[in-house]
Design a protein around this ligand. Structure first.
Ligand code: SAH
Ligand code: SF4
Ligand code: F3S
Length: 438
């Protein structure tokens, strides 16, 4: 069969799609060039906000003519919507042939067998450990020098707004020995950067080995010159992890540390388990340990009952920290979460208005921070072509800034220095100066 996988959501989902592709390749299937030539279509879905979930069902609607034309086309619904909705997916869309949860991906071959023998519309939503048991080498990755490894799956936190613990289940960690072996093999295969993934990655634990221990071991892997990890929770950001970031040259000078809000009362209602003071303390420690660290965060705007002054506290947090990137979202009530019980008191227009205000403030901050880099030299790992098209390459600095510069495909996967010529709020532009160190 020819397959096509469409992906929504976070890096975990992106990597799960690479795993699903790996499973299909092992069965002898090959990827399709476009949807019209596909025999199998997997939708790897996200349910973090209502909009994300709705997109899936409207997309399914748009597939109707194609399925009418080619009734043999198999459509599978995977990912977090699959896990959350289960049977309901079949009721809402006649087009879906099977439903497969994110922790049950290993049953894809048997599910396909079942669909092809036309016995039923199978479903597997068992919360097994398939996604961390999966051999990272089998994943079918896109081009480029960066590779993901899922080291942790699930989340044991109870943030009141969040559906992830329901869709991804309890935390499980991949044994450190296996992660190490996979990193060695990825290096031999030519990868230069490894990003460790987990919904709550800094709660990683394999017996006595925590995330800092894992980073220190991976530091020893020849050829892997960059290590990243995401997503971290402020509560689990230990001194040991900060020390490992400082002491391991391969660990990138970057951290994504979702704050969600700058208001103590909102943080408490969200059950985040830290205060604004504590969050700022973590930021201070990080900056002391890794002076040029690139920091990013997630913010939810308009959490139930968020007052103007609580929102102002969030704006103040952004001014104080001066993040390099902020991902901000309007609060969206999710079924079965505790925040739903609090209602959705902030009016839609008000939420949108606050979001806009926050984003303009942050754009200003980012522009200023990036402007300060004009004229300097930055080291990048070239990882693809820019969205600007043409012969513009894209690389990333250790601090996770995107840098665009003219160049040819032969530079792909190389490290090199770029002189920054111009800067916008979301990326830098420059000129390639120097060949790789080694
Ligand atoms: N594990 C990570 C993030 C997982 S979800 C953490 O602890 O922060 C990614 C982001 O989506 C969250 O950081 C949050 O900002 C946002 N998000 C989660 N649930 C949401 C909801 N119900 N409405 C709006 N945004 C939400
Ligand atoms: Fe969701 Fe909170 Fe877990 Fe992040 S830590 S995935 S926001 S429950
Ligand atoms: Fe979305 Fe699931 Fe990731 S809800 S953000 S795809 S863990």
């Amino acid at each position: 069969m020819r397959y096509l996988i469409q992906t929504w959501g976070c890096q975990m989902n992106t990597h799960d799609s690479e795993k699903l592709a790996g499973i299909l390749e092992a069965l002898g299937h090959r990827s399709a060039d476009d949807i019209r030539s596909a025999d199998l279509l997997l939708l790897n879905t996200c349910s973090i906000r209502e909009k994300a979930e709705e997109k899936v069902f409207s997309h399914l609607g748009s597939l109707r003519p194609l399925k009418d034309l080619r009734p043999d086309l198999i459509i599978g619904l995977c990912g977090c919507v699959a896990q959350q909705k289960g049977e309901e997916v079949f009721r809402r869309s006649k087009l879906v042939d099977f439903v497969l949860g994110p922790r049950a991906i290993a049953s894809l071959p048997s599910i396909l067998e079942e669909v092809r023998s036309r016995r039923s519309r199978p479903m597997d939503r068992e919360k097994r450990d398939d996604s961390i048991r999966y051999d990272a080498l089998r994943a079918q990755r896109g081009p480029g020098p960066r590779a993901f490894i899922t080291v942790m799956e699930g989340c044991n936190k109870t943030c009141t707004y969040c559906i992830v613990p329901t869709t991804r289940g309890r935390e499980v960690s991949k044994p450190a020995e296996i992660v190490l072996r996979e990193a060695v093999a990825l290096s031999r295969a030519g990868y230069r950067e490894v990003e460790l993934l987990g919904q709550n990655v800094n709660a990683y634990r394999d017996g006595a080995i925590h995330l800092d221990g894992l980073l220190r071991r991976l530091q020893e892997v020849d050829g892997i010159r960059r290590l990243r990890f995401t997503t971290s929770h402020p509560t689990h950001l230990s001194e040991e992890i900060i020390l490992a970031m400082r002491e391991c040259p391969s660990v990138c000078n970057a951290l994504h540390l979702p704050a969600q809000s700058g208001s103590d009362s909102v943080l408490e209602r969200m059950r985040r388990g830290y205060t604004r003071r504590r969050y700022l303390d973590r930021i201070e420690r990080l900056r002391r340990a890794v002076p040029d660290i690139g920091l990013s965060t997630d913010i939810i705007v308009g959490y139930p009952g968020e007052t103007r002054s609580e929102f102002d506290d969030t704006l103040l947090l952004l001014r104080q920290v001066e993040f390099d990137q902020v991902y901000s979202f309007v609060y969206s009530p999710r079924p079965g979460t505790d925040a739903v019980l609090e209602g959705d008191a902030v009016k839609r227009e008000e939420k949108e208005c606050r979001l806009h205000e926050l984003q303009s403030l942050q754009q200003e901050i980012q522009r200023r921070r990036n402007q300060a880099l004009v004229g300097s030299m930055v080291e990048v790992l070239v990882d693809g072509f820019s969205r600007m098209g043409g012969s513009i390459l894209k690389g990333r600095t250790t601090s996770n800034r995107v840098v665009n510069f003219p160049g040819t495909a032969s530079r792909m996967g190389q490290f090199g220095s770029v002189q920054v010529k111009a800067a916008g709020p979301n990326s830098l532009e420059g000129r390639w100066i120097e060949a790789p160190r080694s």
